[in-house]
Write a protein that binds this ligand. Structure first.
Ligand SMILES: CC(C)(COP(=O)(O)OP(=O)(O)OC[C@H]1O[C@@H](n2cnc3c(N)ncnc32)[C@H](O)[C@@H]1OP(=O)(O)O)[C@@H](O)C(=O)NCCC(=O)NCCS
Length: 168
């Protein structure tokens, strides 16, 4: 892991950087079914309900990536489940930024009393699956033909991590 990185909670002024990074991920067609670029307003709306962490360069503070946990469901029984995503600036991938953002999100989830984080990953997304394994997530199954991306049916690997300390 690069020493000159740190993670911190995202704040509203980070919304533009997060939007840029998410839109790179949308363009790359490897991490999401979404194909429409997001606006900064849409990302700002996350701050009402979704804890997010950014990994930044220690020197100039540039936001290199983020991890965010949205509520999995509005049903009461699922209130302790966060559905997360993690996106890293194209130029900064493969140098431990994803690990740093995920570690911060996981610490927050534990402290906030969530009992589970989960997500879905395309099986072709080797970098994401490696990051999930490193972050302690288990692959619990595959949704077959879960949606179409650019007209092609795609599978999704379901990953989750349970926090036993929050199961009481
Ligand atoms: C997937 C992603 C978040 C990983 O973040 P990252 O900062 O590049 O990854 P890190 O440098 O922290 O490395 C984490 C692990 O991924 C592995 N990895 C990184 N890039 C890889 C690549 N291109 N191919 C295979 N493995 C890769 C690393 O070796 C490491 O695995 P290890 O712990 O077994 O050594 C990032 O590449 C990204 O933003 N991709 C586009 C958006 C996306 O797919 N988001 C996930 C949606 S589910």
């Amino acid at each position: 892991m690069t020493a000159a990185l740190r993670a911190r909670p995202a704040t509203l002024p980070d919304a533009a950087a997060i939007t840029h990074i998410y839109n790179q991920g949308i363009e790359d067609r490897i991490g999401t079914f979404e194909t429409t670029p997001r606006t900064v307003d849409q990302i700002e709306a996350w701050f009402a309900h979704a804890p997010a962490f950014v990994a930044v360069e220690d020197g100039d503070g540039q936001v290199l990536g983020y991890a965010v946990a949205h509520p999995y469901s509005d049903r009461c029984c699922y209130q302790g489940i966060g559905e997360f995503s993690v996106y890293i600036r194209r130029e900064a991938r493969g140098r431990g930024v994803g690990r740093m953002a995920m570690a911060a999100l996981i610490e927050h989830a534990k402290a906030a009393g969530l009992w589970k984080l989960m997500s879905r990953v395309f099986p072709e997304n080797r970098a994401s699956l490696a990051l999930m394994a490193w972050s302690g997530f288990e692959e619990i199954g595959v949704h077959r033909k879960h949606g179409k991306l650019d007209g092609v049916w795609r599978d999704c690997v379901i990953v989750e991590r349970v926090f036993p300390e929050n199961l009481d």
